[in-house]
Design a protein around this ligand. Structure first.
Ligand code: SAM
Length: 287
């Protein structure tokens, strides 16, 4: 650690990124901080102990997983206020990214506790790069809701995002999630990125419906990230003429539902934006 992190100065909280599979990805700064900290708070002490053993680090471990973190935050902050160096890690990757950590950083900053974040591997960014899909704009969704209806509703909300989409998923839910994705975005280019940084690392690409078929009913092994490339322009706006859209809108208006849900339906069918559909439906209703 440099002089600004010398133990004679006041304490500090370190948020430390750790490997997502390959231990060789630990950074020099992470290793130094973990070995020099007075205490490391972690999710599962068995998981972090394994990492520390491989690095020959013997720092004391304390559990602070999702279930108890809220109760442990005051003692973490009190330790730092007492002049100690405290590190916080999650089971893998960057804390706070689909893992505990964000509330701790928020609480520490609110309490004016000194926080330093030590960057490390992250599955979302690594998968995006590994997918080969455009990286200019992307949206990280993390885990989709588990319930089918909520999953589909969320995917429909994400349809208008202009960029690649990144999803985390557990291996056993991956086939069903690919199915839900294929229903909403059948022709979109998709990548299943598995076992990043590990021996069986793999990137499988195809359209969403091709991936759905390839993994249907199969057991997917290892950790997975699903990446979708930005929707091609043809998928976003179908080749309906204005007259055809108006005709379709008249048909849609005959249904007994709110204007906003009819607008959603019209937008999905014709490719016009939901806002355009909403305005058109209101105009036709008033005429
Ligand atoms: N904090 C981690 C990060 O920074 O990436 C994410 C933790 S989240 C609880 C775990 C999910 O991340 C997994 O279900 C999977 O979607 C993804 N993941 C983690 N490690 C991975 C790996 N080696 N290969 C592919 N996906 C991985």
């Amino acid at each position: 650690m440099d002089d600004s992190k010398n133990k004679n100065s006041s304490g500090k909280l370190f948020i430390v990124g750790t490997p997502i599979g390959n231990l060789g990805d630990i950074t020099k700064r992470a290793e130094t901080v973990l070995s020099e900290a007075d205490c490391i708070y972690c999710e599962d002490t068995r998981v972090t102990r394994k990492l520390l053993s491989a690095l020959h680090i013997h720092t004391k471990l304390e559990r602070a997983d999702e279930n108890i973190l809220a109760h442990v935050i005051p003692s973490i902050l009190a330790n730092v206020a007492a002049g100690r160096f405290v590190a916080f890690v999650s089971d893998a990757g960057m804390p706070g990214i689909s893992d505990p950590g964000q509330k701790l950083v928020d609480a520490a900053l609110s309490a004016e506790v000194d926080v330093e974040t030590i960057p490390g591997p992250n599955a979302a960014i690594t998968a995006l790069v590994a997918s080969g899909f455009p990286t200019e704009h992307f949206f990280f969704e993390g885990f989709l809701p588990r319930k089918d209806s909520e999953k589909t509703a969320r995917l429909e909300e994400l349809a208008s995002i202009p960029g690649s989409l990144i999803f985390y998923e557990s291996p056993h839910r991956t086939p069903k999630t690919l199915q839900a994705i294929a229903e909403v975005f059948p022709k979109r280019s998709a990548a299943l990125v598995r076992e990043l940084t590990k021996i069986h690392e793999e990137v499988v690409r195809g359209t969403a419906e091709e991936l759905e078929k390839a993994y249907k009913g199969k057991e997917v092994k290892g950790e997975c990230v699903i990446v979708l490339a930005e929707a091609p322009v043809v998928e976003k706006r179908n080749s309906f003429t204005h007259e055809e859209v108006v005709e379709r809108a008249r048909e849609v208006l005959k249904q007994d539902a709110s204007i906003s849900s009819l607008a959603k339906k019209l937008s999905k069918e014709t490719g016009i934006s939901r806002n355009e559909a909403y305005v058109l439906l209101l105009q036709l209703q008033a005429s």
